[in-house]
Design a protein around this ligand. Structure first.
Ligand code: G3H
Ligand code: 13P
Ligand code: ZN
Length: 308
C-alpha cells in the first residue's frame, strides 16, 4: 500500500470511537519497532517526524526508512506527518518531499497570526492534496520552538472560528496534557467538559491530543534501577486516553513512551552485559521493547487493532 493521507483513517476512527496512534520516529530501530507492532496488530499508524528528528536523521533518510517500512509491511496503512511544523517553509519542504500530512504549529502566536499562518499552509497543502493539522491553545512545557509555563486551554468558540477561517483539517487542542515525562504534579486531570464542548461544536471533526504519553512506571523504574535519573515522571492514565478517543480525538501523539522504552532496555542491557559493545546486541532488544510498548498502546489505548 502506498502512503496515504489521514482522511479515511480519521473518518473510520471517528465513527468507531477509536484513535490512530501517531508515533514519533527518529531512527531505523524506532520505525521498525512501530511498524512491527502495527503489522502484528493489523492497525493503521501515523509515523510523525518533528523538526528535531528531521534535523537529526535528515528528511531523505527518514523518507527512505518510511519507504522501506511500506515495502516490508505493505498491508499497514501509513501516514507520514510533520509534527509541530514551526513555519511555512518547513511545511512546504515536507509537502514537496512526499509527506501526506503536516502540522503547522502557530499555537504560540497571537490568534490572528496563527490564523494567517495556518491559512497560508492550508492553501499550499490543499493545492497538493496534503492534510493540515493546526493547534489552538497552549500545552504547558517545552517543545523545540514553543515553550509555555502555563496551560492555555483551547476555547471552544474560538476553535470553531479557527477551523472555519483557516480550513485546517484537524485541530490539536489543549485540555491539560503536556509534552515530556513530567505531566502532572498532583492527580492527573484532563478537562473532559471542554473536550466534549469542542467536540459538540465541531461535529464529525477530528481532534488531536498531543502530550499523550502514559509514562509507564515499569520503564521509569527500570531506567532508575539501571543508573538513570527520571524521578517523579508521570503521564496520562490510559483510561483517560480511551475516553478522549470516544469524544472526537482521532489522533493520539506518543513520543516520550518510545524514548522511555528504548532507554530502559538499553540501560538494563549495559548493566547486565558490561562486556558488550556491539550496537546490535543492545539495539535489538531495544527495538523489541518499542514494538511491545506500541503494540500494547494500539490494543489497549488507541483501540485500533484490526482496523487496517
Ligand atoms: O512534541 C514534541 C515531540 O516529542 C518531539 O520532540 O522536538 O525533541 O523531536 P523533539
Ligand atoms: P509525549 O511527550 O507525551 O509523548 O507527546 C508527544 C507529542 O505530542 C508529539 O507531538
Ligand atoms: Zn506534540
Amino acid at each position: 500500500m502506498p502512503l496515504i493521507g489521514p482522511k479515511e483513517m480519521f473518518a473510520a476512527a471517528y465513527a468507531g470511537h477509536y484513535a490512530v496512534g501517531a508515533f514519533n520516529v527518529n531512527n531505523m530501530e524506532i520505525v521498525q519497532g512501530i511498524m512491527q507492532a502495527a503489522s502484528a496488530e493489523k492497525s493503521p499508524v501515523i509515523l510523525q517526524v518533528s523538526a528535531g528528528a528531521r534535523k537529526y536523521a535528515g528528511q531523505t533518510y527518514i523518507m527512505k526508512l518510511v519507504e522501506a517500512a511500506l515495502a516490508e509491511d505493505p498491508e499497514v496503512p501509513v501516514v507520514v506527518h510533520l509534527d509541530h511544523g514551526p513555519d511555512f517553509d518547513m511545511c512546504a519542504a515536507c509537502i514537496d518531499g512526499g509527506f501526506t500530512s503536516v502540522m503547522i504549529d502557530g499555537s504560540h502566536l497571537p490568534y490572528e497570526e496563527n490564523v494567517a499562518l495556518t491559512q497560508k499552509v492550508v492553501d499550499y497543502a490543499h493545492a497538493r492534496g496534503v492534510w493540515v493539522e493546526a493547534e489552538l491553545g497552549k500545552l504547558a512545557g517545552v517543545e523545540e520552538h514553543v515553550s509555555s509555563a502555563e496551560h492555555v486551554y483551547t476555547d471552544p468558540a474560538q476553535a470553531v472560528d479557527f477551523v472555519e477561517r483557516t480550513g485546517c483539517d484537524s485541530l490539536a487542542i489543549a485540555i491539560g496534557t503536556s509534552h515530556g515525562a513530567y505531566k502532572f504534579k498532583g492527580e492527573a486531570r484532563l478537562d473532559f467538559d471542554r473536550l466534549e464542548e469542542i467536540s459538540r461544536r465541531l461535529p464529525e471533526y477530528p481532534l488531536v491530543l498531543h502530550g499523550a504519553s502514559s509514562v509507564p512506571q515499569e520503564f521509569v523504574e527500570a531506567c532508575n534501577q539501571y543508573g538513570g535519573k527520571v524521578g517523579g515522571a508521570r503521564g496520562v492514565p490510559e483510561d483517560m486516553l480511551r475516553r478522549a478517543a470516544s469524544l472526537g480525538v482521532c489522533k493520539i501523539n506518543v513520543d516520550t513512551d518510545i524514548r522511555l522504552a528504548l532507554t530502559a532496555s538499553i540501560r538494563k542491557h549495559f548493566v547486565e552485559h558490561p562486556e558488550d559493545f556491539d550496537p546490535r546486541a543492545y539495539l535489538k532488544p531495544a527495538r523489541e521493547a518499542v514494538k511491545n510498548m506500541v503494540a500494547h498502546k494500539i490494543r489497549n489505548v488507541m483501540g485500533s487493532s484490526g482496523k487496517a
